[in-house]
Design a protein around this ligand. Structure first.
Ligand SMILES: Cc1cc2nc3c(=O)[nH]c(=O)nc-3n(C[C@H](O)[C@H](O)[C@H](O)COP(=O)(O)OP(=O)(O)OC[C@H]3O[C@@H](n4cnc5c(N)ncnc54)[C@H](O)[C@@H]3O)c2cc1C
Length: 497
């Protein structure tokens, strides 16, 4: 879901320990809380070690503040590292690379016709998680940020307890406690065939069929991944379109390709009941439909981790989804307590959480956070085909009456795609028909989440430097997928008159 693309070092962000100590303009905003060495144990205390907490902790530590963090899970890294982004993307890689090899005609000719087990596919994941944890631990160690192990709860506005017995005071706090799957009453999540996105990776046996309830980013990614494994998939959408925040053409392409691969998508459905049996799970829908599959994945909504945080001792309230309201500086109603990441709701991405954490750290240091492009969060969706976008959609531009034009490049017309065989996909540029300013970049197909960043970089250039002309005047390596930008720009220019 946005979209953090995995880099070698993190959730999609730069290695936090490499966070540059940027020379920012003179402070505009006042620090929310002045460091008070004598009065408090820490200048900043961060709750949670996911990307949000790590971004805040490293930024503040590099700015010279005395920072401490709390983590209740046995290892650092957050849901991102242990049950969200990293394991799901590691499994996706294992599935796609294994299935690709098994479908290779040469392998078939040699008699390879194996069916990998879930255990085999998941085997590499723990090693990747281990490497992530070791690397992230070194960031905390090198920046002298101590980690208190246990559940943190507020006692008052400047004090927390950790359930290992520690009592800690701090001038400021960042709440980065993440989120978990929302679990509706009446669904028995202890049943061995009923999963949510936190437990699905523990599934031991490969099912022959699965129903995924909820067609948001997580549900759609898992539906796509299971289908790639040859499993029969029902994808139940409570809305009338898949991922309606995307450009309509991309939504249509995703729906087409998922259906083409064999995923049965049902829109506008609502659950009536879910019944776990010894030999499967029955989903009854309010529309009267009844579906039975081997296993069931609930992927409908998330809940902020605020219920056991001692918020009752503060004037900060969480909404019905456990999310905390913040202002543009990520400050809660108490200016010295910030909240970042999934606990504040959308976009609920590792990439965004990390940037938000850094922004909170900078604000606390009294620096302007204007150099962080907080509103320029790309979307990366790791379905098959992969999807990524940044900027406005056609729907948004039409609603705003912006005179835009479209330039497209089909992957099948690119030499690189023909060589790799990854010909499914398209790059679409939306640009202002008078100024040629790029307004949106939308892509689906192999490596879309990487390809998008070329367009994002140009879109972020100031004034006249952001135009599609860049792609026409620039020589691209050949053959590359980047060439799609030149093809799309020329295609768009040809529409102008
Ligand atoms: C299946 C799945 C796939 C995903 N794929 C992607 C993707 O491809 N790209 C992307 O950008 N995002 C993806 N995400 C979303 C991403 O994982 C989250 O947006 C990100 O982890 C949020 O970071 P965070 O720092 O807010 O919280 P988290 O990473 O959840 O970290 C919160 C931490 O706080 C700790 N904690 C909570 N309460 C307390 C407390 N009271 N005391 C001490 N510690 C506490 C938790 O143990 C946890 O370690 C995915 C999520 C899921 C579920």
């Amino acid at each position: 879901m946005s979209s953090a693309t995995e880099s070698s070092s993190s959730n999609g962000a730069a290695s936090p320990d490499e966070t540059p100590d940027i020379n920012l303009p003179a402070p505009e905003a006042k620090p929310a809380a002045k460091p008070a060495p004598d009065k408090f144990d820490f200048d900043l205390f961060v709750i949670g070690t996911g990307p949000g907490g790590e971004g805040a902790a490293m930024q503040a530590a590099k700015g010279g503040l005395r920072v401490g963090v709390a983590e209740r899970y046995r290892q650092i890294g957050g849901g991102c590292t242990h049950w969200g982004t990293i394991p799901s993307k590691a499994l996706r890689y294992a599935v796609t690379s294994t299935m690709k090899s098994l479908k290779n005609p040469v392998m078939r000719e040699m008699g390879f016709a194996a069916s990998p087990s879930m255990e085999q596919l998941n085997r590499g994941t723990q090693a990747i998680i281990g490497r992530q944890v070791t690397m992230r631990q070194s960031f905390y160690d090198r920046n002298s940020v101590p980690i208190s192990r246990g559940q943190a709860r507020f006692v008052d506005e400047h004090t927390i307890t950790i359930d290992n017995g520690e009592l800690i005071t701090a001038a400021a706090f960042v709440i980065s406690t993440g989120s978990r799957p929302y679990r509706p009453k009446g669904v028995d999540f202890s049943h061995p065939r009923i999963f949510d996105s936190d437990t699905i990776l523990e599934m031991k046996d490969k099912p022959t069929s699965i129903t995924v309830y909820g067609a948001g980013v997580i549900g759609t990614e898992y539906a796509s991944m299971f289908r790639n494994l040859g499993i029969k998939v029902n994808l139940i959408n409570t809305r009338d379109k898949l991922l309606e925040f995307l450009d309509d053409e991309i939504i249509d392409a995703l729906s087409y390709h998922l259906r083409d691969q064999g995923v049965i998508i049902r829109h506008n459905e609502t659950m009536e009941s879910i019944e776990g049996l010894d030999d499967g799970v029955i989903l009854r829908l309010k529309s009267g439909k009844v579906l039975k599959t081997d296993v069931f994945l609930w992927a409908n909504g998330r809940q902020g981790n605020t219920d056991d945080l001692g918020l009752k001792n503060l004037p900060i309230e969480a909404n019905s989804r456990g999310q905390i309201v913040v202002d543009e500086h990520f400050q809660t109603c108490l200016p010295h307590i910030y909240a970042v990441g999934d606990v504040i709701g959308i976009p609920s991405l590792a990439s965004a959480a990390y940037t938000q954490g850094r922004a909170a750290g900078m604000h606390l240091l009294g620096r302007v956070d204007g150099n962080l492009r907080l509103n320029d969060i790309p979307t990366g969706i790791y379905t098959s085909p992969e999807i990524s976008s940044v900027g406005s959609t056609e729907r948004e531009l039409t609603e705003r009456c912006v005179p835009y034009e479209v330039g497209q490049a089909q992957f099948r017309s690119l030499a690189r795609a023909q060589i790799t065989g990854e010909t499914t996909g398209m790059l679409k540029l939306l640009f202002h028909r008078e100024t040629k300013e790029i307004l949106g970049v939308h892509c689906f197909g192999a490596n879309a989440s990487e390809i998008i960043h070329i367009g994002q970089a140009i879109m972020n250039q100031p004034g006249r430097q952001n135009t599609i002309d860049y792609f026409i005047e620039t020589t691209f390596n050949y053959p590359t997928m980047a060439e799609a930008y030149r093809v799309a720009a020329l295609n768009g220019l040809n529409r102008l008159f």
